[in-house]
Design a protein around this ligand. Structure first.
Ligand code: EZ4
Ligand code: CO
Length: 402
C-alpha cells in the first residue's frame, strides 16, 4: 500500500479543528487530529508546507519509521506545533492500518484490558449551590467521576466557569479576553467548596479539581493538604510544570493525588515527574504528544513507576482524538481515567463517530480503525475563525498563568 495524497482540513463547527486526511492507492484513508487551540494555523501550515510532501509514496504500514523520520528528520525537535503535526500523521496511519486489517485500533495496541473506559466530565457553577446542582446532574446522567470548578467570590471570571450561561468552552473568537486571578481568595475558598460537595453528594462519586497551573509549589502543597479530608481523585496542574522538581515540594506535604501534563508534548517533559514518582497521573494527550506511537512509549515508561494515564479530553481535542484516546484507554494496562467534555451537537455531526457513553464508561466501538468520519460537505459551511484562549492578570494587573 502507498500514500498517494494527504490534505489538511481546517474547519470551525462551533470551534476550530485541524484534521489531516491521508489517502492510499487502495482507496483506504485515515484521519488524524492536529488541533492546537488558539494556534491552529501553525500546525496546518507545518503539515501542508513541510510534512505532507514527505509522506507521498510511503507505505502507511511503516508507522514507527514514519514517526522517527518526522521527529528526527526535522532536526528541530519537540514543541507543541511539531508534535501535534506528527500526531495528526501518526493517528491517521493507525486508522489506516486498522481499516486495512479490518480490526479496531485497540486490537493493534494489545487488545482489550477492560470492558469500558472510565471517564470524568466537567461540572461548574457561579455559586457553591450551582456547582453542587451541576455535580448532581452529571451523577444522575450516570457519571462516576466529576470535575468541580466554581466561581471564586471576588474573582471576576474564574477558570472553568461559563460566561453568560453558555457551556464552558476554552476558546473565544476575537482577541484574547482577560480574566482576573487572586491566589489568596482562591485558596481560602476551595476547601469549603469540597467540604460542601462531600456533605451533599457523599463519598462514592470521584471528585476532581483543576488548579490550571496557578499556584506556586508551596501554595499547591497547602491546597492539597487542606483537601485531604475530601479525598479527591486528583488535584490537576497544581503548579506550572516547567520546573519539574517543584512537584517534590508538593509531595513532601500532601497525599492528595496529582495529575499534570496536558500541555506536555514529549515524554521528556515528564521524565523526572514520572521516575521520581512526583505525580500519579500523566495527562499528556495523543494529539499534542506525538500521537499513539509516542503516548504508548510514555504510558509504558509511566507503568514502571505506577503512574497511570489521565489524558486531557476537553472540546478543543476533536472527536478523532477522543476516539484514539478511547481505543488507547481500553488497551493499555496502566489506564487511570479519561477526561470527557461533550462536543457540541454540530461538532458531532461534522465528525460522526462510533464511540458511546453508558453508565460512567465510554466505549470506542468495534468498527475497523478508529471509527470516526468527517462530513466534508458539511465542513465547507464552517470555515476557520481566528480564536484565542483567555489570558489572566492578578488583581494589580500583573500577567499570570491562565
Ligand atoms: O484549559 O483544553 O482540563 N482541562 C483543561 C482545559 C484546557 C483547554 C485548553 O485549550 O484544562 O479546559
Ligand atoms: Co486541565
Amino acid at each position: 500500500m502507498k500514500i498517494v495524497d494527504a490534505r489538511v482540513i481546517v474547519c470551525s463547527p462551533d470551534r476550530n479543528f485541524v484534521t489531516l486526511k491521508i489517502e492510499t492507492d487502495e482507496g483506504i484513508y485515515g484521519l488524524g487530529d492536529g488541533t492546537l487551540n488558539g494556534r491552529e494555523m501553525a500546525v496546518a501550515s507545518y503539515l501542508s508546507e513541510h510534512v505532507i510532501p514527505c509522506l507521498i509514496g510511503r507505505d502507511p504500514f511503516d508507522i514507527e519509521d514514519i514517526w522517527q523520520y518526522l521527529y528526527r528528520g526535522a532536526y528541530w525537535r519537540r514543541g507543541p506545533v511539531t508534535m501535534s503535526a506528527i500526531a495528526a500523521v501518526d493517528v491517521a496511519l493507525w486508522d489506516i492500518k486498522g481499516k486495512a486489517l479490518k480490526t479496531p485500533v485497540y486490537n493493534l495496541l494489545g487488545g482489550k484490558s477492560r470492558q469500558g473506559v472510565l471517564v470524568y466530565t466537567h461540572a461548574n457553577g457561579k455559586t457553591v449551590d450551582e456547582t453542587v446542582a451541576s455535580v448532581r446532574r452529571y451523577m444522575d446522567a450516570g457519571y462516576l467521576a466529576v470535575r468541580a470548578q466554581c466561581a471564586v467570590p471576588g474573582v471576576a471570571s474564574s477558570y472553568g466557569v461559563p460566561k453568560g450561561g453558555k457551556p464552558y468552552e476554552p476558546a473565544e473568537r476575537g482577541l484574547p479576553s482577560e480574566d482576573v486571578w487572586s491566589t489568596e481568595r482562591y485558596l481560602n475558598f476551595v476547601p469549603g467548596l469540597f467540604e460542601r460537595l462531600r456533605a451533599e453528594v457523599g463519598h462514592d462519586v470521584h471528585l476532581l479539581h483543576d488548579v490550571h497551573h496557578r499556584l506556586t509549589p508551596i501554595e499547591a502543597a497547602r491546597l492539597g493538604k487542606s483537601l485531604e479530608p475530601y479525598h479527591l481523585f486528583w488535584m490537576e496542574d497544581p503548579t506550572p510544570a516547567e520546573l519539574q522538581e517543584g512537584f517534590a515540594l508538593i509531595r513532601q506535604h500532601t497525599t492528595t493525588p496529582i495529575a499534570t501534563g496536558e500541555v506536555f508534548n514529549s515524554v521528556w517533559d515528564a521524565h523526572d515527574l514520572i521516575r521520581k514518582q512526583w505525580i500519579d497521573y500523566i495527562r499528556m494527550t495523543i494529539v499534542h504528544g506525538g500521537g499513539i506511537t509516542h503516548l504508548k512509549k510514555t504510558a509504558d515508561f509511566a507503568a514502571l513507576y505506577q503512574v497511570k494515564t489521565g489524558f486531557h479530553g476537553a472540546t478543543d481535542l476533536s472527536p478523532i482524538t477522543m476516539a484514539a484516546a478511547l481505543h488507547f484507554g481500553l488497551a493499555i494496562h496502566n489506564f487511570g481515567i479519561q477526561e470527557h467534555m461533550h462536543h457540541s451537537e454540530l461538532t458531532d455531526r461534522v465528525f460522526p463517530h462510533e464511540y458511546s457513553f453508558n453508565a460512567g464508561y465510554m466505549y470506542p466501538g468495534d468498527a475497523p480503525g478508529l471509527g470516526v468520519e468527517i462530513d466534508e460537505a458539511l465542513v465547507s459551511q464552517y470555515p476557520y475563525q481566528r480564536a484565542y484562549l483567555p489570558v489572566a492578570r492578578k488583581l494589580d494587573g500583573t500577567m499570570t498563568d491562565w
